[in-house]
Design a protein around this ligand. Structure first.
Ligand code: ADP
Ligand code: MG
Length: 967
C-alpha cells in the first residue's frame, strides 16, 4: 500500500511496514498453451491440476546416453490448454483485484520463454481478453457508482495522492474539456475495434464488500523496461515520423514510505474500462512504433501496467470526498509482462542487439538471484542483502518482497519439444519462487465516520429533488414547503393601501402588524434555535455514543484480527503438520513396501529352508536306516564269525588234546622204559643222598670240560633228584611267584609286564640259545622263558654253562665270582623260619656275618649280601633260593643292596618226583615241567634296592613256608 505522509491524526496512520508476521508464499500458476502445430513433438504433460510432467524429447534422450528423464513440477494450480481466459482470471487475478479494492497491493507477472503465451495471458486478444482488461473491468464494475469526479484526486509528483477542493477540481475539468484532443464523453465515443469485445458483458464480475462511503479514482500508468531503461509509454510526446526523437528514460525513486516509483511517470485518471483500455492501447501502439523505429524486439522488453486505485472516505454528510490527505488510500496492482526468459543464444541477436539481449537476460537473472537470496534468507534465517538494485525490474518491485502485498506469477509454457531445455529452467525458477514468502497486506484502518453516509446523502438528495419537483422549484434557496407553513401560521396583514396623504391609520396599523409578526418571528427563531441546540446536543451525544461504539467495534475487530491471526497460525501449523504427515505417510508407504519385499524374501527363504530341512531329515533317516542295516549285517557276520571261530577253536582244542593225549601216552611209555633202565644203572653207583653231596664237593673246582655224563644228566635233569639251578638270575616278582601259574598266563604276563628294555637288557641264556639256534628273536625269547616245553633245550649247551658253575653261586658273567674274591665280606641272611635242609650243596661263605633279620649294621660292614630263602615249589617240594646282591653305599649315608643273582637249590624226593612227573609234570616231549618253570624263573632278573632306613620294597618279600619233610 502506498501511503500518505504523516498527518495530524496519527491514530489513523497505519504503520509504515507490515506489523503482522503473517506471510504467504508467492502464488505460482502454470499455464500450458496449445501446441502451434498438431504434429509438433510435445514434452509436457499435465498430470493433475497442480502438477505437470516434463519429459526429455527424443533428440535429447539420445544425447544423454538414452537416459529417459522425466521431471514433475507442482504449482498452486496448473491450467491446461483448454483453460479459458475467464477461468484463469477467476483463479489468478480476481483475488488481486479484490485486494486492490480493499486497499491492498498486488503484483502479477507472467514468466516464460518467448511464444509461450505471456502476452496472450496478460493482454489477450479481442474475444479473449487477458488478465489486464479483465482486471480493469472488474475494478470499474466494482467501484463504478462510487467514483469521485475527475481531478478530485490528484497525484503529486512524489507517489502520493492529494484531494483537490471542488473548485480546483471543477477548473481542471473545464480545462480538460476545453482541450479538443480529448473527447468530452468517452462512453459515447466509438470504441477502437482493436480492443473492442475484449470482455463479453456476461463475463463481467465485481468485487464484494466495496466500501460505499468512500470515493474512488483509478489511475493507470504504463512503462516499458528495455535494456534496463525505463520508458513511459503514456507520455504525451508527439512522435515525429520523419525524425524520431529517442524516448527519454525514467528513473526510479523512493517515496517517503520507502516505496519505489518511477519519477515523472504519467498517471492517467480513467473512469471506465474502455477508457483505461484505450490508454493501455495507446501505450501499446507507442511501444510498437518505438520498437519498429529503434529496431527493438518486443519480446526483449518488460512491460509494466500499473493500476492505482485512490480512495478516500466521504465527509460526514456523505456528499463530498473528505478534504484530508491522510484519509486517502492508494493501492496498486502491477501487471507485468516480462521479457522472454530464453538465453541469448536463442534470440539470434547480433551486435548491439546481442548486448541488449544480454542486459535483458541480466534483469531476469537478477530477478532469479533476488528470489534465490530471499528464499535462502527466509528458509535459513540468514540476512543476506537482496540485490534488488541490480536491475530496474527488481528494484521497482522491491517493496512487494520487502514490504507487503500479494505476489502472483503465471508461468507460461509452450509444450513443444524445442523449448524443452528453456522450459526446464523456467520450471526450476518457478519452483524456487514458490518457496519465497511475502508479508500479507494488513486491513485498511476504518475512518471515524458512521457508515452509510453515502446512502443517507443520496436518500436526502432524492427526497429534496422529489419535493422540489412537487412544488415547482425552490425559492431563494429556502426550502419551499417549510416557508409556506410558516407564512400561513402568521396573523394576516391589515389592508395596506393608503387612502390619502392624511391617512394615519393604515401605516401605523401596518407597522403594528409587522411588529407583531416580527415579535412572533423572533419568538419562533428563539424557539427554533432552542430546538436546534437541543437537537444538536442530542445529535452530538448520539455521535459520541456512536463513536465509542465504533471504537468498541474497532477494538473488537482488533481482537478478532488477533484471533484470526492465531487461527491462521494454527491453520498454517496444521498445514505444515499435514504436509509432514503426508510426507511421513509416504515414507511409511515406502517402508511398508520395503517391508513387504523383505517379508516376501523371508518367506521364500523360510520355504527354502524348510524344504532343505525336510531333505536333510529325509537323508538323516535314510542314513539311520542304512546304519541300522549295516549294524545288523555287522552283528550277523560277527556272530557268524564268532561261531565259526569257536567251532574252529573247539576243533583245534580237540585235536590238540588228542595229540597231547597221544604224546602223553608215548611219554609215559618212554618214562617207564627210562626209569627202569636208570634204576638199574645208577643204583649201585649213587644212593640218592650221598651222591647228591658228591658234586657239591666237586663244585669247588668245576670241570672246565663238559663230560658226557653231564650231558646225559643234563638232558634228563628234570627227571633227576638233583639241584637244578640256573644262572644269571634276576628274579622278576612275577615269575618268582609259585603256585598255580598257567603257561598262558605266564606268556601274557611276560608280554604285558616285562618291559622291552629289560627283556633285551642283558645277554641272557635264551639270547645265546637263540643265537645258537638261529631262531627269530621273539619266538626264541618266548620259548626260552615261558614255554620251555615247546622248546627242546639243547643238552650240550645247558651242560656247558650250567655244569661249569656247579659248586658255588653261579657265575654272573658281568660280575666277579663271589667266592673267588678274597677280600669280600658277606652278610648271610637266613631268616629263622628257614628249615635246615641237609643238602649237599651249601653256600660256603667264609667270615660272613650271619643275621636272621636285615641289619643295617651288618650291611655297613660288608659289601656282599646273600639271602637264603625257602619256599614251597609248585610240586610241593621245598626250594631254597640264594638271593645274592651287592651292597652299595648310598649317597644319603645308608646302604643299598642290589640283587644280582639268585641261586636256586631244590631238594626233591625222587619217588614223589617220579610219581608226580609221571602223572602230570612231564611234557609230551619228555622235558620236566619244573625245570621249565625254573628255567623261566631264572631267566628273569630284578634289581631290588634297599635304602638306608627304608622299608623293604615290594619286590623284597620274604616268604616263609613251613618245612615239609621229605619222605
Ligand atoms: P509471448 O508473449 O510469451 O512471447 P504470446 O502471448 O505472444 O507469447 O503467444 C504467442 C502466440 O501463441 C500468439 O499467437 C498467441 O495467440 C498464441 N497463444 C499463446 N497462448 C495461447 C493459448 N493459451 N491459447 C491459444 N493461443 C495461444
Ligand atoms: Mg509477449
Amino acid at each position: 500500500m502506498i501511503r500518505q505522509a504523516k498527518g495530524k491524526t496519527p491514530r489513523r496512520l497505519p504503520p509504515k511496514k507490515a506489523s503482522n508476521s503473517q506471510k504467504d508464499p508467492v502464488g505460482v500458476y502454470c499455464r500450458v498453451r496449445p501446441l502451434g502445430a498438431e504434429d509438433e513433438e510435445c514434452c509436457i504433460e499435465v498430470i493433475s491440476n497442480t502438477t505437470i510432467q516434463l519429459h526429455a524429447p527424443d533428440g535429447l534422450k539420445a544425447n544423454r546416453n538414452g537416459e529417459f528423464k522425466e521431471t514433475q513440477y507442482s504449482f498452486k494450480k496448473v491450467f491446461g490448454i483448454k483453460t479459458t481466459q475467464g477461468e484463469l482470471f477467476e483463479d489468478v487475478a480476481k483475488p488481486l483485484v479484490e485486494d486492490i479494492i480493499h486497499c491492498k497491493n498486488g503484483l502479477l507477472f507472467t514468466y516464460g520463454v518467448t511464444g509461450s503465451g505471456k502476452t496472450h495471458t496478460m493482454t489477450g486478444s479481442p474475444g479473449q481478453g487477458g488478465l489486464l482488461p479483465r482486471s480493469l473491468d472488474m475494478i470499474f464494475n466494482s467501484i463504478g457508482p462510487y467514483q469521485a469526479k475527475r481531478y478530485v484526486f490528484k497525484p503529486d509528483d512524489k507517489n502520493g495522492m492529494e484531494v483537490q477542493n471542488q473548485v480546483d477540481a471543477l477548473l481542471d475539468r473545464q480545462k480538460r474539456d476545453s482541450q479538443t484532443t480529448v473527447p468530452k464523453t468517452p462512453t459515447t465515443r466509438r470504441i477502437d475495434p482493436e480492443f473492442a469485445d475484449m470482455i463479453s458483458p456476461e463475463e463481467a464480475c465485481k468485487a464484494d464488500g466495496v466500501d460505499e462511503d468512500s470515493s474512488y479514482s483509478v489511475f493507470v500508468s504504463y512503462i516499458e523496461i528495455y535494456n534496463n531503461y525505463i520508458y513511459d509509454l503514456l507520455e504525451e510526446t508527439p512522435i515525429d515520423p520523419i525524425k524520431p526523437k529517442p524516448p527519454q528514460s525514467k528513473i526510479l525513486r523512493e517515496d517517503q514510505n520507502h516505496n519505489m516509483y518511477v519519477a515523472g511517470c504519467t498517471e492517467v485518471e480513467v473512469k471506465s474500462t474502455e477508457e483505461a483500455f484505450e490508454v493501455f492501447w495507446r501505450g501499446q501502439k507507442k511501444r510498437r512504433i518505438a520498437n519498429t523505429q529503434l529496431n527493438r524486439e518486443s519480446s526483449r522488453s518488460h512491460s509494466v501496467f500499473i493500476i492505482k486505485l485512490a480512495q478516500a472516505p466521504l465527509d460526514a454528510d456523505g456528499d463530498n470526498v473528505l478534504q484530508d490527505k491522510n484519509q486517502v488510500n492508494v493501492s496498486q496492482l502491477c501487471l507485468v509482462d516480462l521479457a522472454g526468459s530464453e538465453r541469448t543464444s536463442r534470440t539470434r541477436a547480433e551486435g548491439s542487439r546481442l548486448r541488449e539481449a544480454g542486459n535483458i537476460n541480466q534483469s531476469l537473472m537478477t530477478l532469479r538471484t533476488c528470489i534465490e537470496v530471499l528464499r535462502e534468507n527466509q528458509m535459513c534465517g540468514t540476512n543476506k542483502m537482496v540485490p534488488y538494485r541490480d536491475s530496474k525490474v527488481t528494484h521497482l518491485f522491491k517493496n512487494y518482497f520487502d514490504g507487503e502485498g500479494k505476489v502472483r506469477m503465471v508461468v507460461c509454457v509452450n509444450p513443444k519439444a524445442d523449448d524443452y531445455e528453456e522450459t526446464l529452467l523456467v520450471m526450476r525458477f518457478a519452483e524456487m519462487t514458490q518457496e519465497v514468502e511475502v508479508a500479507r497486506p494488513v486491513d485498511r484502518p476504518i475512518c471515524g465516520f458512521a457508515a452509510g453516509r453515502r446512502q443517507r446523502n443520496q436518500a436526502f438528495k432524492e427526497e429534496l429533488t422529489r419535493r422540489l419537483e412537487e412544488r415547482g422549484g425552490p425559492l431563494d434557496g429556502e426550502s419551499p414547503t417549510v416557508l409556506n407553513q410558516l407564512l400561513q401560521s402568521f396573523p394576516p396583514l391589515p389592508p395596506c393601501e393608503i387612502s390619502g396623504p392624511n391617512d394615519d391609520v393604515t401605516l401605523p396599523r401596518l407597522i403594528e402588524a409587522l411588529e407583531k409578526r416580527h415579535k412572533i418571528r423572533q419568538m419562533m427563531i428563539e424557539e427554533y434555535n432552542k430546538t436546534a441546540n437541543m437537537l444538536k446536543s442530542v445529535l452530538q451525544e448520539q455521535d459520541s455514543n456512536l463513536l465509542s461504539k465504533e471504537n468498541f467495534i474497532q477494538e473488537q475487530r482488533g481482537k478478532l484480527g488477533e484471533k484470526d491471526k492465531m487461527l491462521q497460525n494454527q491453520k498454517n501449523e496444521i498445514d505444515r503438520l499435514e504436509k509432514k504427515s503426508k510426507m511421513l505417510e509416504y515414507k511409511i508407504d515406502i517402508l511398508q513396501k520395503t517391508t513387504n519385499i523383505y517379508e516376501e524374501d523371508k518367506r521364500s527363504l523360510q520355504h527354502e529352508l524348510e524344504s532343505r530341512e525336510q531333505r536333510l531329515q529325509r537323508e538323516m533317516s535314510e542314513k539311520r536306516r542304512m546304519e541300522a542295516r549295516m549294524q545288523g549285517i555287522v552283528t550277523d557276520s560277527k556272530l557268524k564269525w564268532e561261531k565259526e571261530c569257536e567251532r574252529r577253536v573247539n576243533a583245534k582244542q580237540l585235536e590238540m588234546q588228542n595229540k597231547l593225549w597221544v604224546k602223553d601216552e608215548k611219554l609215559k611209555q618212554l618214562k617207564a622204559i627210562v626209569t627202569e633202565g636208570k634204576t638199574e644203572n645208577r643204583q649201585p653207583q649213587r644212593p640218592s643222598r650221598e651222591k647228591d653231596k658228591v658234586p657239591a664237593k666237586r663244585s669247588a673246582s668245576p670241570s672246565p670240560v663238559p663230560s658226557p655224563y653231564h650231558a646225559s644228566q643234563s638232558s634228563l635233569s628234570s627227571l633227576e633228584p638233583i639241584y637244578n639251578f640256573s644262572q644269571t638270575v634276576r628274579p622278576d616278582p612275577h615269575f618268582l611267584r609259585p603256585g598255580s601259574v598257567s603257561v598262558a598266563s605266564c606268556i601274557s604276563e611276560w608280554e604285558q609286564g616285562v618291559p622291552q628294555s629289560r627283556r633285551q637288557g642283558s645277554q641272557s641264556p635264551p639270547d645265546r640259545r637263540k643265537r645258537a639256534q638261529g631262531l627269530p628273536d621273539s619266538l626264541s625269547r618266548r620259548r626260552g622263558r615261558c614255554w620251555a616245553r615247546e622248546v627242546p633245550v639243547q643238552p650240550a649247551e645247558v651242560d656247558l654253562e650250567e655244569t661249569g658253575h656247579w659248586t658255588g653261586p653261579p657265575v654272573r658273567p658281568l660280575h666277579r665270582r663271589s667266592h673267588s674274591a678274597g677280600g669280600e665280606r658277606w652278610v648271610d641272611h637266613k631268616p629263622n623260619t628257614n628249615v635246615d635242609l641237609d643238602t649237599v650243596l651249601q653256600p660256603n661263605l667264609p667270615n660272613a656275618i650271619k643275621v636272621n633279620a636285615p641289619s643295617e649294621k651288618a650291611l655297613s660292614k660288608c659289601d656282599k649280601y646273600v639271602l637264603t630263602h625257602q619256599e614251597v615249589a609248585s610240586d610241593g617240594e621245598i626250594q631254597t633260593k640264594l638271593i645274592k646282591g651287592e651292597v652299595f653305599k648310598t649317597r644319603g649315608g645308608g646302604q643299598a643292596v642290589q640283587f644280582t643273582d639268585i641261586e636256586t637249590l631244590k631238594q626233591e624226593n625222587p619217588v614223589a618226583a617220579s610219581r608226580k612227573r609221571r602223572s602230570s609234570e612231564t611234557g609230551p616231549d619228555g622235558e620236566p615241567k619244573e625245570g621249565d618253570w625254573t628255567d623261566v624263573e631264572t631267566r628273569c632278573s630284578v634289581a631290588v634296592e634297599m635304602r638306608a632306613g627304608s622299608n623293604l620294597g615290594p619286590g623284597y618279600q620274604h616268604h616263609g613256608y613251613p618245612k615239609r619233610r621229605k619222605p
